[in-house]
Design a protein around this ligand. Sequence first.
Ligand SMILES: [Zn+2]
Length: 69
Amino acid sequence: MKPRCAGCKKCISPSEPDLVLRRMAPENPTMTALRLVYHVRCHGAALKRAAGVPALWRMTHRYIEAEAN
Ligand SMILES: [Zn+2]
């Protein structure tokens, strides 16, 4: 299954580095309530999304490593 970018709605190719934006549950900040994936180039959309309640969002850059395959 190919992940889709929550910013531009296009597929993110497996070879492309992506950005994972996770919204933590307010009642339990160690729990992920929502997980969104973005292209690195769409990070503007991700930042906009997180701007409302920045304390609840965790952003992670994920880069594909050659060794992972
Ligand atoms: Zn995108």
